[in-house]
Design a protein around this ligand. Sequence first.
Ligand code: UDX
Length: 441
Amino acid sequence: MRVAMIGTGYVGLVSGACFAEFGFDVACVDKDAGKIERLKQGEIPIYEPGLETLVASNVKAGRLSFGTDLKSAVAKADAVFIAVGTPSRRGDGHADLSYVYAAAKEIAEALDGYTVVVTKSTVPVGTGREVERIIRETRPDAEFDVASNPEFLREGAAIGDFMRPDRVVIGAESERAQSVMRDLYRPLFLIETPIVMTSLETSELIKYAANTFLATKITFINEIADLCEKLGADVHDVAKGIGLDGRIGRKFLHPGPGYGGSCFPKDTLALVRTAQETGSPLRIVETVVDINARRKEQMAEKIVDFCGGSVQGKTIAVLGVTFKPNTDDMRDAPSLVIIPALQAAGAAIRAFDPAGMHEAQKLLPGVTWCEGAYDAMQDADAVAILTEWNEFRGLSVDRMKQRLKQPVMIDLRNIYEPEEMAQAGFRYVCVGRPGRRAGPE
Ligand code: UDX
């Protein structure tokens, strides 16, 4: 089985390397010659645990290659994956499909023998059908089918998610296409991964419905966390208490500063727009989008409140700026709203992130970037945790107290225990858990 992966962004690179690991012959193609050159040298443009090793071993085994020649990769392939970007279009929130359609046209010109053309990028319902139309129009003689195969990869855990998924969703309508797609995922039959075989439209919608549902679940627990603060209840126990009900499930009930990243914000917005236009609005998701945007501002207000109502002239140490740990991705990170709001309120920011600082420096002007977590806390009036990187979980309270002007912590990811922090003499606040105040006000 030969695979061509068009686009070496996050999804293309991870999927390409994983299909090669399954034993297939994978050619990854990108228009960006510089990027391809760096990939050939073994340089991975994104931070994803395990990816560098996986790419290196599969390149060495001769199963994975990188190039700019779409034509020859497509001509040889049994399956061609479109994994190019689908950014939010400015103004209307719809996904910008120009890269997908341009790829479809180029693929059409290169097709040679029966091929399944698969959309891997998250694309609005109806895109697969349009890809089909473009290919047929460009090459009326071509033997092909279009399939949809959405990814459910979490950044930072993408390889595990690909190799051990909860399910694989495939939108493929002809028996021939279904059989090619099944063969591609045959290695997962051993671990009995369910395959959900559907129409193109259904498969496309499953991806959006899954992401909007998860975004809704997070937003729900965030609001329950706020209510817990008012009522003196503990949101962790509430999440456990409801999550143990199999109908609800325990995952994605961790409260925090609001969801970010490359998928949830973009996909919720795109589905809201589609639903409005079809006259079947998703009012719950509309509300989720609004609540989540407002939440990031509220988190800045929470920090200001806990610093005595003003941060004018104060220094705040910020730990973590990426939208979640184990990634260098800054897209829609809560830090992008929280840090500028604190600066506007007169605070100086000293920040540290284990992987995101390179990117963050371009997006967050006026921040002092530090060498490590303790360095960021030097002479700061308070420390705020914005991303739950593992290395922030076990910081020494004594060393933090030595560095900070006063022991004040705003833990927006709930990685410390309120009781323990109070005992250690910290004024501590987190999200949705009763805290005991100690130390100077
Ligand atoms: C997500 C989906 O999980 C994945 O299936 C999809 O294909 C792409 O989008 P990703 O964006 O990488 O993956 O990260 P994820 O772990 O899902 O987290 C998304 C956001 O939600 C982050 O900002 C995270 O901090 C937040 N989150 C997640 C919470 O606030 N609480 C939770 O309980 C879980």
